[in-house]
Design a protein. Structure first.
Length: 268
């Protein structure tokens, strides 16, 4: 039996994606329609609650300012997330190989997540200035812990039979880690990656609130001070779209790294 042409396969994949996304699109459309209807019927002032149509129009009219402020936020997000990823990966390996380090460091990392960002952000800006570095550090602080926990849990999920087989073949501990423990952690790692990336943009915007020359956080703050909730919400929409794009990028990377996982999900 001949396989279907590539064009038919792509069309089927597109239809499947639309079917999966239809409930979310319908729910979002219903919410926006109800919001628009409520604003129109209640006569509430735009300075209090702007309609979605007004947010869209004002966002388009101010698109140049929104785009120019998106780039600094994106830079801080990607820089902080890269630092978070590297730190979580190195820390997870250290804690997996040296149990004492896990007992020593894990409580400290847990305690770091209890620090209120509203209190620590101004201090980080005070210590490191108003440049890019404090934003990167704050994003890393917000995002590294889910990655670390996911990696550690992934290492623990390694099939014991595979580890014992490699051990019986006199494989070194590093080789067992590379061939068994690290591959076993991939599904957990990408789950943690998706969680962390949703926090990254919010962390960058909050860091800009504490002190920055540009960025979506500063744009939102200025719009709020000028009593422009339509522009505040337009910037929120941009940050949400940015988060969705980064989330989609992590899914794409996961499909490239773990194609077998995508094929199993496609059969469900």
């Amino acid at each position: 039996m001949r396989s279907p042409p590539p064009s038919d396969s792509r069309l089927s994949a597109l239809r499947a994606a639309l079917c999966r996304g239809a409930p979310a699109l319908l729910a979002g459309g219903a919410f926006l329609a109800a919001w628009e209807l409520y604003v129109g019927l209640s006569g509430i002032k735009p300075a209090i609650l702007p309609a979605p149509s007004r947010i869209l129009v004002q966002g388009w009219l101010n698109r140049d300012a929104l785009i120019s402020n998106t780039w600094p936020t994106l830079g801080a997000t990607l820089g902080g997330f890269a630092l978070s990823l590297a730190f979580a990966f190195v820390s997870s390996i250290l804690m997996d190989f040296v149990p004492f380090m896990r007992r020593a460091l894990l409580p400290i990392f847990i305690a770091s997540q209890t620090l209120p960002l509203v209190a620590i952000a101004p201090l980080v800006v005070l210590w490191f200035g108003f440049g890019l570095l404090p934003k990167i550090l704050l994003v890393a602080l917000v995002t590294f812990f889910p990655l670390l926990v996911a990696l550690l849990q992934g290492y623990e999920s390694t099939d014991r039979d595979i580890a014992e087989l490699l051990n019986s073949m006199k494989a070194s501990r590093w080789r067992i880690f590379r061939l068994a423990r690290l591959p076993s952690s991939l599904p957990y790692f990408f789950a943690g990656l998706r969680i962390s990336i949703t926090y990254a943009v919010v962390g960058a915007i909050f860091a800009e609130y504490a002190g920055a020359a540009s960025g979506l956080g500063i744009y939102i703050l200025n719009a709020k001070n000028n009593f422009r909730p339509d522009l505040v919400l337009a910037a929120v929409v941009v940050s949400a779209l940015l988060t969705l794009c980064l989330f989609g990028l992590t899914l794409t990377i996961q499909r490239l790294v773990m194609p077998w996982q995508s094929s199993k999900e496609g059969r469900r």
